[in-house]
Design a protein around this ligand. Structure first.
Ligand SMILES: Nc1ncnc2c1ncn2[C@@H]1O[C@H](COP(=O)(O)OP(=O)(O)O)[C@@H](O)[C@H]1O
Ligand SMILES: [Mg+2]
Length: 237
């Protein structure tokens, strides 16, 4: 049976008086890959930040992670429950090397599914070759790999990934799509935010669409792929 891992119920989010997310509800099940699609400025990044309580976002509603309501929880506590984040633009540190980013994030884990620095380097040999280099001196694609690797070694149960296809080559995009599938096979769920329809359809199984902070559409990736009318209506493609 499908078990819900993340359940967002009537989530509202505000920057000061600006009401950005409006009664947003959706779910991510265990080992499921879900995409939130929407044009620029629709509230996708705000949604991921609201789940973690990042920045100065005021939020109300309920966000259940593994049965616990995290809506009033501090970011590090929610993260420690098993939620990792790959931010838009990667947010790496110039003063830390590749290796230091990975070591700092590594959270040893007892199960067979453990992600270690070694298994991340195996997944992304490109960054292993650059272990001593500053995180921000890497190419865009390498920074994306490091940001994903940094999330995986936390051994999370859910990864929130914000527009991973932005600013990287088509070759690295293919790698990212493969990694998304691979991590779901290893029981890590994915909540992916994307503007790139093709990437979302290939990397996930289920899609939701945000328009002006409201969830307006929900379908399997397969059904949405065939639904050209909704693609045009909501995404203008
Ligand atoms: N830090 C902020 N302060 C005030 N408004 C913001 C902030 N970040 C985003 N917004 C506004 O919230 C809305 C949604 O933005 P965002 O979540 O970044 O959209 P998306 O990720 O879908 O492009 C936009 O109108 C944007 O201008
Ligand atoms: Mg965004």
């Amino acid at each position: 049976m499908l078990k819900s891992l993340l359940s967002v119920e009537n989530l509202n989010a505000y920057y000061n008086k600006a009401h950005i997310l409006q009664d947003v509800s959706f779910q991510v099940n265990e080992a499921e890959r879900v995409a939130i699609l929407g044009r620029n400025g629709m509230g996708k990044s705000t949604l991921l930040k609201s789940i973690l309580g990042l920045e100065k976002i005021r939020r109300d509603g309920d966000v259940f992670f593994d049965g616990r309501n995290v809506i009033d929880m501090q970011t590090f506590k929610t993260a420690n429950l098993g939620v990792a984040y790959v931010p838009q633009g990667w947010q790496l540190f110039p003063s830390l090397s590749v290796e230091e980013h990975i070591e700092m994030a590594y959270n040893p884990h007892t199960s067979d599914d453990e992600w270690t620095p070694a298994s991340v380097y195996e997944l992304f040999p490109e960054i292993e070759a650059r272990r001593k280099v500053s995180g921000t001196k890497l190419s865009g694609g390498e920074q994306q790999m490091l940001a994903i690797g940094r999330a995986l070694v936390r051994n999370p149960r859910l990864i929130l990934m914000d527009e991973p296809s932005e600013g990287i080559s088509t070759f690295v995009i293919e790698r990212v799509i493969e990694v998304c599938k691979h991590m779901a096979e290893r029981n890590v769920s994915l909540l992916l935010v994307e503007q790139n329809l093709d990437v979302a359809l290939r990397a996930t199984e289920k899609v939701y669409i945000l328009v002006n902070g409201r969830m307006v559409y929900e379908a399997s990736a397969k059904d949405f792929k065939a639904d050209k009318e909704s693609q045009n209506k909501y995404l203008g493609v």
